[in-house]
Structure formats: structure tokens, C-alpha cells
Design a binder for this molecule. Structure first.
Ligand code: ISJ
Length: 271
């Protein structure tokens, strides 16, 4: 991450690229029906007696523990921020946030010196709990068909990829907010001093950009999710994930959560 050269254009470019990862992850997840035992506590606790939580939680916690061990190498990064403890060696990539930061094991590889672009209190912002709840209770039902095919492990693995892509995009709001603040600190400072969330929200909002995002993700969902056949009259008009739903996920959840991260970041920008 060449963070010192970040501009509004380059952070927007990254958000555009991340759209691809999010849409592909949704397409992969939509391949399975809802498979509700993946999210129920009883399914796992009946078989793994040492763990109380859903299969999805088990998969995410275990994966994060492995990623934390190799946190600063090979580009496989996870933010090792432990609440209450800002330790440069363990606070690794500021773009990654664990869903379960408690009890992560220490890294077994030497720390990488990530460029310090963000204001340090940014480390305390992690809204993955909201992202988790939104994903499970609101988003899944919108793009996944009802039903149960028994593929719970694959379902949880696909959910993990969706959650990581969403979390990365939403927390990228910290970088967006920092760039916006650096471009015109005098505009933001009064509202930061008075902790005026509404004004901060207005200042950082660009409606035209949001409209473009929502149109573009629908178009990408059409292109990435079309059924490809060799038959001339094929399956035109059939998509693996409904493009209008992808647009809605962005408009109703992903963009608002990214803006929430931006506001939270700006509120701490002068601490
Ligand atoms: C991310 C930005 O900030 C806001 C949030 C947006 C988003 O989440 O896509 C888009 C425009 C802005 O209203 C931006 O300005 O690019």
C-alpha cells in the first residue's frame, strides 16, 4: 500500500476494484441455498463440545487465528489490533479487521512496517459486529435462495469470503476520510470539535459518486453473473445474482456503513 501517495482518485479507484471482489463473492455464495444450520448454534455445539456458536462463527474464528499467525507476510494480512493495546508490532495492516479480535494468537513472522497514513486512533474503529449482523440478518436473504442442500461447510467458507470483502471495503472508509480531511482540514475541523455528526456526514457525502457506484455495481453484476452458453438463444437475461439486488445492497447497507466508518474516523481525527 503506497499510502503516502493516496488521493481521492486513488482511494475511489480501490473501492471500484473492490466491487469486483464483493460481486464475485456474492455470486459464489448465491450458488448455495440459505442452508440455515450454518448459522444456528445447536448444529455445531452438538458435535464440537468445546465451542459454542454457529458453524460460520467457528470457521471465521479459526481462519482468523491462522491468518493472525502469518499476519505480516505474503500479503495475507489481518489487523492484529487488540482493544486497549496499540502495539506497533502487532497492529499490522490497517486495511484488515478481524471479526473476533479477542484471543488472536501472535504472529510467527516478523512484523512488516506498514506505512502510517491513518491517524492512530483509527485503530480503535472496528464495526465488524454491525457488518456481521447486517450480513446474516439482512443481506443474505436478499440474494440467496431459500432451501437446504447440506453443503454447510462450503456455505460457511463462501460467507467468510463475503464478510472479509465487505469488511475491507467498509473499513476502507478510514482511508477515504483521511484523504478528504487532508484535502480540506479547515472544512472538517469545526464539526470535529463540536462532534457534529450530521455536518460531517454532509461534508463527506457525494451523491453523484454514490449514484455512479450503484449503477456500476448493477452493470458489473450483469456482466460477471450472466449465464454463458454456446447456444445462440442461450439464457440471456438470467443472472446468478440479481443486479438490482446488488445495487440495493450497496445503497442500503454497504455505502451507509462505509460512511459511518468515515464519520467515526473523522470524530477522532483531532484526538
Ligand atoms: C467513499 C466515498 O464517500 C462517500 C461514500 C461513498 C461510497 O461508500 O461509495 C461514495 C461517495 C460518498 O458519498 C467517496 O467519496 O468516494
Amino acid at each position: 500500500m503506497a499510502t503516502n501517495s493516496l488521493t481521492l482518485e486513488s482511494v475511489r479507484h480501490s473501492l471500484i476494484r473492490q466491487e469486483d471482489s464483493i460481486i464475485f463473492s456474492l455470486i459464489e455464495r448465491a450458488h448455495f441455498p440459505i442452508n440455515s444450520p450454518t448459522y444456528s448454534q445447536s448444529y455445531v455445539s452438538n458435535s464440537i463440545h468445546t465451542f459454542s456458536g454457529s458453524l460460520l462463527r467457528f470457521v471465521v474464528e479459526e481462519t482468523e487465528a491462522i491468518l493472525a499467525k502469518i499476519a505480516t507476510n505474503f500479503g495475507l494480512q489481518i489487523c492484529l489490533y487488540i482493544p486497549g493495546e496499540v502495539d506497533a508490532g502487532r497492529y499490522a495492516n490497517p486495511e484488515e479487521h478481524p471479526f473476533f479480535p479477542e484471543d488472536l494468537p501472535p504472529s510467527v513472522v516478523p512484523p512488516h512496517n506498514f506505512a502510517k497514513f491513518l491517524h492512530p486512533p483509527a485503530a480503535s474503529i472496528n464495526i465488524n459486529k454491525d457488518i456481521w449482523d447486517t450480513y446474516i440478518n439482512k443481506l443474505l436473504q436478499l440474494f440467496v435462495a431459500p432451501g437446504d442442500d447440506g453443503n454447510y461447510a462450503s456455505t460457511a467458507a463462501s460467507d467468510l469470503v463475503c464478510l472479509q470483502a465487505l469488511s475491507r471495503r467498509i473499513h476502507y472508509g478510514k482511508l477515504v476520510a483521511e484523504v478528504k480531511f487532508r484535502e480540506s482540514p479547515q472544512e472538517y475541523e469545526p464539526a470535529i470539535h463540536t462532534k457534529d455528526r450530521d455536518t460531517l456526514m454532509k461534508l463527506l457525502t457525494f451523491e453523484k459518486v454514490e449514484e455512479a457506484v450503484m449503477k456500476r455495481v448493477a452493470k458489473k453484476a450483469m456482466m460477471f453473473g450472466q449465464e454463458v452458453t454456446l447456444n445462440k438463444d442461450g439464457n440471456l437475461g438470467k443472472y446468478k445474482v440479481d443486479p438490482s439486488v446488488v445495487s440495493r445492497l450497496y445503497g442500503d447497507s454497504i455505502i451507509p456503513l462505509t460512511k459511518l466508518v468515515q464519520v467515526e474516523y473523522l470524530l477522532r481525527r483531532l484526538d
